[in-house]
Design a protein around this ligand. Structure first.
Ligand SMILES: [Zn+2]
Length: 384
């Protein structure tokens, strides 16, 4: 009996078993023939409303969450109900995103966000579609699995990381999500898919690299190598250099790797990690300052670190964002969930384009360098 058969028997689920067979088949077929070669001359950014020419994005916030994050499935409880509060969430989030759009000059618009909520932690593809129809900014969604930094790894990702052939199946899942459409979380794992494509793969690491996180990195590297899709990471007080090296070792294109959450304690020892950021940049990867409004990071400190990279000649490898979320569900371990328990936050998606830009200007970063980081770098890395 193969490992895969044993595992599916433990699941006791027909749909999951057929998912594993289907995603294994998809992975084999896709890996055999490099994808999208006909499109490579004319790469597009894959938003939730369809492909968009890179020039049409404008200023792009590279790591946000909108409208929701819900970790319930990580604790093996059912997701919090969205339907009763869906309208309210969409209206509020659209107006918050439009406030970001309103900060942009005409030649920086309409603006875009990368929505970095990965598989089954509040990622509802049709919710993104409806949000994108209501806001002036483009939305790019994420494939990939969240890490173990602040909650358990998703049991689906753990299973794929352990099963024989599971990493290839995980890569097949990511490839399917970025080339055909994201999984629909209303079914069993991998049972149903939408035709809404993801435009990036999100993965991450804890303070120390866990086995399941390693599996996700290898799968993401295979998917990126196959499709040209970018990869964006969560780091936890360091580990970005190790992430980059692991992804590159497994074939991810250097120019498609974005190391996130920089600007805190990036090398685990030094508060000001300028040399560390340069080590990542010298590999050819992007260094992303995506928690600009978070208390632990600080706007002035982030500006100082960004200015150091710009001075060092790495302006073409810097990306910016806030890592905000308007709603999350705090009682993720509860068996029963009430719609009124959704927690509303008041995120401001305008800090990067107002306060951070002002701080950078005071440090001598030019307008054209700021445009490079906000407009040109996102359109280059997101297009495939
Ligand atoms: Zn995030």
């Amino acid at each position: 009996m193969s490992t895969a058969t044993k595992t599916t028997q433990l699941d006791g689920s027909m749909s999951r078993r057929s998912m594993l067979a289907a995603s294994a088949g998809a992975a084999t077929a896709i890996l055999a023939a490099p994808l999208l070669s006909q499109d490579k001359k004319n790469p597009m950014v894959h938003t939730v409303l369809g492909p968009v020419a890179p020039d049409k994005l404008g200023a792009t916030l590279m790591h946000e969450h909108a409208p929701i994050v819900d970790w319930s499935e990580l604790y093996e409880t059912k997701p919090a109900p969205v339907a009763p509060v869906r309208e309210k969430m969409l209206a509020k989030t659209a107006s918050l995103l439009d406030a970001f759009h309103d900060t942009l000059a005409p030649n920086e618009g309409p603006g875009a966000i990368v929505e970095t909520t990965p598989i089954r932690v509040g990622r509802y593809p049709m919710l993104f579609v409806d949000l994108a129809k209501r806001t002036k900014v483009h939305i790019i969604a994420s494939s990939g699995f969240w890490c173990e930094a602040l909650a358990p790894q998703h049991p689906w990702a753990i299973r794929l990381g352990i099963n024989e052939g599971g990493i290839e199946q995980m890569a097949g899942l990511f490839i399917r999500e970025v080339t055909e459409g994201m999984e629909d979380p209303s079914g069993e794992w991998g049972e149903k898919f939408t035709n809404v494509r993801a435009g990036i793969i999100k993965i991450g690491t804890s303070t120390f690299l866990r086995p399941s996180e390693r599996a996700c990195h290898i799968a993401a590297a295979i998917a990126s190598k196959t499709t040209g899709c970018p990869i964006t990471t969560h780091t936890t007080d360091g580990g970005g250099l190790e992430e980059a090296e692991l992804l590159l070792k497994h074939g991810a294109p250097t120019s498609k790797v974005i190391i996130g959450h920089q600007g805190n304690q990036d090398d685990r020892e030094n508060d000001e990690a300028d040399e560390y950021h340069k080590l990542i940049a010298r590999l050819g990867c992007y260094v992303q300052f995506d928690r600009v409004d978070h208390a632990k990071y600080g706007i002035d400190k982030q500006a100082r670190q960004i200015a150091k990279l710009v001075e060092g000649g790495f302006v073409k490898q810097v990306l910016l964002s806030h890592d905000h979320a308007p709603y999350y569900f705090p009682n993720y371990t509860a068996k029963e969930k009430r719609p009124e328990d959704w927690k509303a936050l008041e995120p401001d998606y305008t800090t990067v384009t107002t306060k951070l830009v002002a701080s950078l200007g005071m440090l001598g970063v030019s307008k054209s360098e700021i445009r490079t980081m906000l407009v040109d770098n996102p359109k280059r890395v997101l297009a495939f």
